[in-house]
Write a protein that binds this ligand. Sequence first.
Ligand code: NAG
Ligand code: NAG
Ligand code: NAG
Length: 474
Amino acid sequence: MPLGTFLLPVLCFLGAVIPRGLQYVTFSRNTTKFLHLSMDLESGTIYLGATNFLFQLTSDLLMKNVVQTGPVLDSKDCLPPVSKLECPQAHHTDNHNKLLLVNAVQKELIVCGSVHQGICEKRSLTSIDHVLFRPESPGDTQYVAANDPNITTVGLIAYSKDEVPLLFVGRGYTSRGVGGGIPPITTRNLRAHGGDVQATDSHSIFSYEETAKLAVGRLSEYNHHFIKSFTYRSSVYFLFYRRDLKSQSREYKTYISRICLDDSHYYSYVELPLLCQSKANTYSLLQAAYVTRPGKDLAQGQLDTEGEVLFAAFSAWQASSGKLSEESALCVYAMEEVDRLTNWTRDVCYMRDGKSEEGDTLYAYPCGSDHTPSPMASRVPLEAAPLLEKTEARLTAVAVNVEDGHTIAFLGDSRGRLHKVYLGAMGDARIYASLAIQLNSMVSGDLLFDQLQEHLFVMTQSMVRAIKSLPQKT
Ligand SMILES: *[C@@H]1O[C@H](CO)[C@@H](O)[C@H](O)[C@H]1NC(C)=O
Ligand SMILES: *[C@@H]1O[C@H](CO)[C@@H](O)[C@H](O)[C@H]1NC(C)=O
Ligand SMILES: *[C@@H]1O[C@H](CO)[C@@H](O)[C@H](O)[C@H]1NC(C)=O
């Protein structure tokens, strides 16, 4: 009798008794590049945006649905709809996913790609192959994402006071196509006006025409590299870096900007530099960020805060090579401090406006008005010293959770590893576990916890892996 006959049942048995917690469930594809990961916390469904594909996965990372989104006939120089007749230079172009957002209230997935000037679609959360809305002949203000794979786009869905769903978008400058004319930060409608339900000829869905946009001077001078956007209290925040073209050193700086959620003119726009600096090194380029309430230890220790905290991974700029260096650091900022300096900037600007009743202006218009100066920017940075510095691989992802009052950071790096770091009360940090997710494939900034924070979903260019985020109860 061949040996295999005996072995087989034994192997099956073994497979069944391995405790589930010790296995890593994985979803991988080597024929596309994974770009964005998103989750519907309620159902646990996971959405994955890739080059030319969208995937819908269960919380166990089993594939439920896949949709092909490219390549499509396109050219950056032509406006959609694109045809060979009107646009002879059009060719089959890869569609890189730029924005992937779950709107749990409306049960829709917002998907924006790099083709067709960055237009977006709405798809059903329960089955992504069902398109709910796609503009067939989009207007200029319906172009959303950057039409270039290398230029970042960030965004979030928020509801205004009167329950109107809005899409806030930050996109970097692109010189080709209509991109050059789109402001770096815009608010877009997610709902059609009046009776115009979701007709494909709706020109209001995804448009910023009747909503707000950030008015800046020459757009090419505001070449932002956006990292993240988030809401905190009743404001929207954007994190980005850009080169300071006006300074002699033309150095890169990271900024945080704040807009009141209900400000439909961006009168309240304030930005300030974020500095992450140790004695030996300045880390000027933000790579990833996460906002959450820390454990009691950290909150009551050095940070001394009751609110949420911004955990930010930075890397250093190497002027000699003109590249990002592998040297990186983790800095933390209390959101109360961010708000205090933002408020101070606003208040100083209002007073310079020459109003005698400054105090009254502040109380009457905390979010600005047509007679207050805007946009506002601070030269004074918010500074922090790193909790952790690393030299061997660039930090590319951060997520944080709390175990028994202790703050634990999960840091992904450019070499495909994930590090678990204990953040102590007095600004001490200790890496106590490291795990290879996929060697030499950068960990994506989209690190997601499930609703109970039991699992962390980690993505590289061709793999998504669910790992246990809590210690095993024994
Ligand atoms: C890609 O995956 C397929 C099927 O899993 C495998 O046969 C192939 O060797 C892989 N290719 C590369 C380059 O890893
Ligand atoms: C994007 O960046 C990569 C690496 O820097 C470069 O090789 C590629 O040509 C760029 N793509 C475009 C469309 O600019
Ligand atoms: C900033 O200003 C707003 C509105 O004026 C106020 O509600 C908030 O408490 C201020 N925050 C801080 C930290 O001072």
